[in-house]
Design a protein around this ligand. Structure first.
Ligand SMILES: Nc1nc2c(ncn2[C@@H]2O[C@H](COP(=O)(O)OP(=O)(O)OP(=O)(O)O)[C@@H](O)[C@H]2O)c(=O)[nH]1
Length: 786
């Protein structure tokens, strides 16, 4: 982008035009407040204030966002995510960051439904994050690309795919609760992607907030070494500042007036022993501990302390300590911990400083395959959203090279070339058009019709081939065996719920199919299948809320009043013993004889973990005798036969299929081979003592002590087993395992039982064998419905 004027008015007009190109027209559909999800109070706290009345400083009157369109030096970029348990305060913290960075002129409030990042109508109404939103802002010479991720367990795939493209993350905690269930899940996801983290203990203003309790729970539950960089000043309502242990300064927030306390004004003064002796002593000890801890983890810093400063540890310069904390954070041997209150506007500026100081720049992270592309373009599509006017918008993380609009790109996964019309910089629901963007950035590509979440985008097919060659050379493989030069995509967990979905009339079926295709491209955790017997469309999702939101989106965004059948649990089947079978298919079609005989056996999988698709074993001798196409048809036949088990037609898991013999008459079609093998496997499965497996959930309920016994009694009725009961500040936390089938509409039940004094999270733990009695009940139910 070129800005060829110094005239401020012209620049303003120009920015206005750019923003107008990018502004997505908000949905104008009006709907009743939907059923509540797991939280009770939030939506009722919503006030009548309009949700589209936010003021963006990038609109006329400000030129701040112009800075965001200039390509910064890669060392100044921070691609970070903000992640936590539901309700910890991620969106509120993000709002404050945008405000202090000068990108919004009013402080958005989740409870008023007017935050920048929660821009979907459902997010604003329910006060929860559903989609991760990317925002870009500059902070003290750094460019921050920040992704606000959802906390609700039904949307963990959103977190997963965001983490895939991030270089660092901020984990936000509710300081009155410490580490909660979903924090553990997202923490493990971040571990998997080796993402360096900073912890932010939010909600320090709450009366139950406890700095020490939260630190202890980070140590115990996350099994990491917290580096305390700050101490809170005051507790609960009187929390008004922080001791910065790195600089040894007292940071205090001063309200401008009683009505205007945006937290923008704060003082920083050296901590003096004369002012507050207790605090001074506490901070001195804490700083000493910090220095000792960092020295233990970083040799360079240890040398400095031992050789030059051992006599006077207090004199350790802040910049040297900061540099060592950065190294430790990047090495992931410890995690810096900061605190504050996003809602009360305290501590967020220091968190922003910490993001730029301690989290890595893109060029400090190791990403697979990047070296093979050199200076050529290599990017990963990590999210797709459908815009009515502009079609699919693809969020990409650029790993190498430069991305330009009006250019062709090659999609390695789809093996196709596509044309990108425009390139945008995302700012929540707004975007700014840009002429080029370099490695390290996150951008939004317009015009890509084939690209889906998880696809690798490069400049051309020849560039991908050259990268494949380099990958092959590096790993010493022969050309034919080279790995695809693709970035690892996101792992999608299997859905646990399903239901039928029907259009209001047959004429609307194509529209519904289109809506489902678009939604699936956006959300890979949504699966759509056709029931082979009834021909009905089946929607499979990660939870009740997930399916409810999809249903709602079909109505609002695509204008289709689709009907959902009752929500059903996605059971599985497995086998308890081995069995063999032989099948012959002899059919003449169009004068051509198709004759095939398959001999095979099925066995229970006894290895570790779950095998959701069958493990196929074929002897080397047989592989040599069969053509590649025949082997492919065999594989398809085996996979197809395991899609519906012999008991209740649920998918079969943990099965090994051994093909012993396959004789094929010349001229037999591949479809006949596939059908014969499939029939053979089904025959064998029928004899192998099948068993239904049901999803068992890990349940965490936080409840006031007075209601604990009633909650536990109810869980017993639901076939639940209590694993542990913990005390957390003034409440209890019950950890239990409960079959998913017993948890339908649990939020309503729990609300009634506890008068709204409990919250819970639910996560898939495992698939477990049902008892014969439970299996019989299920059998009767399913057969009764059929
Ligand atoms: N007392 C207090 N409340 C806060 C603070 N930060 C956020 N909240 C409140 O906590 C609730 C949840 O805040 P959000 O910012 O939506 O939390 P979130 O983590 O983004 O929530 P999800 O995205 O839905 O998981 C809202 O009612 C906020 O007003 C804080 O510092 N102190």
């Amino acid at each position: 982008m070129k800005v060829l004027t110094n005239n401020k008015e012209e620049v303003r007009r120009f920015v206005m035009e750019l923003l107008l190109i990018g502004i997505r027209s908000p949905s104008t559909h009006h709907v009743c407040l939907p059923r509540c999800c797991f939280r009770v109070a939030r939506s009722s706290r919503r006030n009548a204030k309009g949700i589209f009345n936010r003021r963006y400083s990038s609109l006329p009157g400000e030129i701040k966002s112009l800075r965001t369109i200039i390509n910064p030096d890669i060392s100044k970029i921070r691609n970070i995510g903000i992640m936590a348990h539901i309700d910890a305060g991620k969106t509120t913290t993000t709002e404050r960051m945008l405000y202090y960075a000068g990108y919004t002129r009013a402080l958005g409030d989740v409870d008023d439904g007017d935050t920048v990042t929660d821009f979907m109508a459902q997010e604003r109404e329910r006060g929860i994050t559903i989609q991760s939103a990317a925002v870009t802002f500059d902070w003290k010479t750094h460019r921050v690309n920040l992704i606000d991720t959802p906390g609700h367990v039904d949307f963990t795939v959103e977190v997963e795919r965001s983490l895939r493209v991030l270089d660092g993350a901020v984990a936000v905690f509710d300081a009155s609760a410490g580490v909660e269930a979903q924090t553990l899940t997202v923490w493990r996801q971040a571990d998997k992607h080796h993402v360096p983290r900073i912890c932010f203990l939010n909600k320090m203003d709450k009366s139950r907030a406890s700095f020490s309790y939260s630190i202890e729970s980070i140590k115990q539950k996350l099994k990491v070494k917290p580096l305390l960089l700050q101490l809170p000043i005051g507790t609960g309502k009187s929390f008004n500042g922080i001791v910065d242990l790195v600089t040894n300064e007292k940071v205090l927030w001063h309200p401008k007036s009683v009505d205007d306390d945006d937290g923008a004004v704060f003082s920083r003064d050296p901590l003096m022993p004369t002012e507050d002796h207790e605090l001074f002593k506490e901070a001195k000890d804490a700083r000493y501990n910090l220095i000792e801890q960092v020295a233990d983890l970083d040799d360079e810093f240890a040398e400095l302390v031992l050789e030059t400063l051992s006599e006077n540890v207090d004199a350790v310069p802040a910049d040297r300590l900061n540099a060592a904390i950065r190294r430790v954070t990047l090495a992931q041997t410890a995690v810096p911990v900061l605190c504050g209150s996003a809602l009360k506007n305290k501590g967020v500026q220091l968190l922003m400083d910490a993001i730029t100081k301690y989290l890595p720049a893109p060029n400090e992270c190791q990403h697979d395959f990047i070296h093979c592309y050199g200076d050529d373009l290599c990017a990963l599509a990590f999210k797709v959203v459908h815009d009515k006017q502009r079609g699919p918008l693809v969020f990409v993380r650029i790993y190498s090279g430069t991305m330009k609009p009006q250019s062709a790109i090659y999609n390695v996964n789809k093996n196709c070339t596509e044309r990108m019309s425009r390139l945008l910089l995302p700012f929540a629901e707004q975007q700014i058009e840009i002429s080029a963007l370099q490695a390290g950035n996150i951008a939004l590509a317009v015009g890509l019709k084939q690209t889906a979440t998880g696809d690798t985008i490069v400049s051309s097919k020849s560039s991908a081939a050259a990268a494949a060659c380099r990958t092959g050379k590096k790993s010493g493989k022969k050309y034919k065996e080279q790995e695809d030069p693709m970035l690892a995509a996101v792992e999608i967990p299997e859905p646990v719920f399903f239901c039928t979905i029907e259009p209001p009339s047959m004429a609307k079926q194509p529209d519904l199919d289109h809506a489902l295709t678009c939604l699936q491209r956006e959300d890979p955790s949504l699966k759509v299948k056709i029931d082979p017997d009834s021909g009905q469309t089946i929607l499979c999702g990660m939870g009740e809320l997930h399916i409810e939101i999809i249903h709602d989106r079909i109505k609002r965004e695509y204008g289709i009043e689709a009907y959902l059948g009752p929500l059903q649990v996605a059971y599985r089947e497995t086998i308890m013993q081995s069995a063999s079978s032989s099948d012959t298919l002899d059919r003449t079609v169009g004068g051509k004889r198709n004759l095939v005989t398959a001999e095979l056996s099925v066995h229970p999988w006894l290895g570790e973990g779950t095998m959701s698709t069958p493990l196929i074993e074929i002897s080397d001798l047989l592989i040599e005798q069969l053509s590649k196409e025949t082997l492919h048809a065999v594989e398809n036949g085996i996979q197809n036969s395991c899609l519906q088990g012999p008991l209740l037609r649920f998918p079969v898991q943990d099965v090994v299929v051994v093909l012993q013999c396959l004789s094929v008459h010349p001229g037999t079609s591949l479809a006949m081979i596939c059908a014969c093998v499939s029939r053979g496997v089904q025959k064998a499965l029928k004899q192998a003592q099948s068993q239904v497996l049901e999803p068992v959930m890990s349940l965490e309920i936080t409840v006031e002590e007075d209601y604990l016994s009633v909650v536990l009694a109810d869980l017993a009725q639901r076939r639940g087993s209590i694993r542990e009961i913990q005390n957390r500040q003034d409440s209890c936390v019950a950890l239990a395992s409960v079959p998913l089938a017993e948890m339908m509409s649990y939020s309503t039940a729990l609300r009634t039982l506890t008068s709204g004094n409990a919250t819970f999270t639910l996560e898939l733990s495992s698939y477990e064998a049902m008892t014969p009695q439970d299996q019989k009940v299920l059998f009767n139910n399913v057969m009764g419905d059929a």
